[in-house]
Design a protein around this ligand. Sequence first.
Ligand code: PEP
Length: 244
Amino acid sequence: MAEACKLAAGNWKMNGLRADLAEARALAAACSEPGCGVLLCPPATLIAPMAEALAGSRVMGGGQDCHASESGAHTGDIAARMLADAGARHVILGHSERRADHLESSEVVAAKARAAQAAGLVAIVCVGETEAERDAGRTLDVVLGQLAASLPDGSSAANTVIAYEPVWAIGTGRTPSLEQIAEVHDALRTAVPDAAMSLLYGGSVKPGNAAEIFAIGNVDGALVGGASLKAADFAAIVAALDAA
Ligand code: PEP
């Protein structure tokens, strides 16, 4: 059976000006040896200049969202092939902040993932429970339900990565126990349509907890928010994944 690829993906969210490309350059310099996949997803305004800054390095660039349509009257939106044209290789879809702020349903996420895959991008599809859902014992129902509804037909390890991100762990400094992460990742591994699909954990991953999270079976990497903004922190997370 094919092994899942390891990936450390950084999500800069709505942070970063051109001056911050220095952090991306510093990350590329710190990750000069071959190893796991390394990805930075900056705001859309920085995708093209970041792709130029990182050309020839180990660090790939990606987007944080795309529209489900190829083009048309959708003011303010970005089509998947525009991201690809700007140098993106991946796109994050269905992040809990988009599901909450933009009322994105899993069906919308699936349509976006279909568009991303058609444009040659790898869709990083995010799933995760709220604290209330975990407290109600519904974590696996919620996560597996989101997974099933968010993946279009044809999703494979080549065009899709899954990120398990408990909503209550994002940006809070709180993380699930290692056993709780393992439980969800084991369930995801049996539920994904391609067993070689990479499964990332996301939610308050830092240099100090990365190694223990990467030691969990069926965790193939991380989706990292805050700690991806500083090259030194993200490089330490990349090093932990290389060593796992
Ligand atoms: C995220 O936004 O996907 C995320 C995991 O954020 P943080 O690492 O800051 O919790």
